[in-house]
Design a protein around this ligand. Sequence first.
Ligand code: ADP
Ligand code: ZN
Length: 524
Amino acid sequence: DVLATTPVQSSPQSVLRDTFGYDSFRPGQEQVIQACLDGRDSLVLMPTGGGKSLCYQVPALLLPGLTLVVSPLISLMKDQVDALHASGVSAAYLTSALSRPEQLQVLAGVQDGKYKLLYVAPERLVQPEFIQRLQHIQISLFAIDEAHCVSHWGHDFRQDYMALGQLKHFFPHVPMMGLTATADPATRVDILQQLRLQQPMVYQGSFDRPNIRYTQLQKYKPLEQLESYIKSQEGSGIIYCNSRKKVEDVAFKLANRGINCAGYHAGMEADIRDITQRNFLKDNIDVIVATVAFGMGINKPNVRYVIHHDLPRTIESYYQETGRAGRDGSPAEALLLFDEKDVARIREWISLTDNPHRQEVELQRFAAMEAFAEAQTCRRQVLLNYFGEYNASACGNCDICLDPPKAFDGTVAAQKVLSCVYRLNQSAASQYLIDVLRGKKLKRIIDSGHDQLSTYGIGKDESDAWWHNLINQLIHQGLIRVDITQHAVLKLNEAARAVLKGELAVSLAVPRMNLNLGKKAKLD
Ligand code: ADP
Ligand code: ZN
């Protein structure tokens, strides 16, 4: 038996070396392990890939009894247990996916002290008979993975996690370790309370993922943007969309454009999802188009890019999702397709929330996401700042750092747009306006006589995407607004008058039409 050969007096350092084959601890691991060996509760905040698992796996091997690991995802448990077996550690998992006899066999093993680690899903801990069983054996540690699932404020609340609060009641002397890659301050406080951690040691790791390049692109004809981006990349990627319908639509259309991709969302059959996931892990599928249902617990180290087709609602979810890129430490990219219209839509959704406190919190969180998306200074600074991590210098590996916005005198361009809005009686949406500006010979335009307007064709020299970007900037500057109650038609604001009269100059940023930031940084 493997266990019998593990010397009892061994140290964290020797377990790290002899069992896991690593030379040194990653930042934070040693402190957390020591706190745990001292019998203290702890909260471990480390980004994805930071090395959270070893924080409880090492103590599990040094402490006399069983370490119980709570994890929400069966696929992840199985991976971890397989990896532990490969390192010669005796471990098991107990899920409803196992047959009844298999479950009984694992339970018997637990009784006999055969395992050092047992992985269970949270619902198991709601069962009184399971708690009773545990009370008859020696438990050394409770490790609660994805601990943010216990928080209502988290992006991933799970009802079953609520029951974990009882553990402290039944096992007051067993140290408990909560682990999460979510750094949102409100969620943190909630985890401490919900799990009832006693004077915990809180380890706050850096959330910086220096190998991920953060970039933003105005969403414009997104399918074309996706296609050209993907075809310029090597390796695999994930595209997040905000609805199932969108996932299916984008996956279908990209497949038609010759991209080896598959859709993934919670409305799909479990078997299909499983196969898709496995094929992605095995590099048989290059691109997954998914809702947020995809990703937690998926340990694919070589995801080279994560694209957000739609704006996420919070920085936490954005960070979690983009964090699935570049887990191997090699250069990776997080690309956000940004559309002003998404902002209006999300605000609308949030305003439908009936709990006023919740609404307030959601709006604040969304404002932070919006600020990130529209940042004109280093995006990484904005991101880390949200998590309370201050960085004095710009990162050098985001679109803003690599290609800083350049200002130009946009007065004439702005006047073209504004007068065209006016000539179209403030009843045209942006694409139609652009079509008129660029003098397109469309039936709609000719039929309505808009080819006779003085502004018809005055914007020929620039592309659709350029004007689209410019219009967004004018919206930001408060010169025009989108009326979402009326098919997103553009209206003039009061300030537009001075610009039209030539009394006010407009400074704009040169629209960036594609990502041309050069080779991804080589980092070590
Ligand atoms: P997390 O759960 O925080 O996302 P993992 O525990 O899965 O991260 O660890 C990520 C990767 O880093 C794994 O492949 C793990 O084996 C490796 N790792 C963890 N700790 C160390 C270490 N001290 N030295 C080298 N590799 C490590
Ligand atoms: Zn930067």
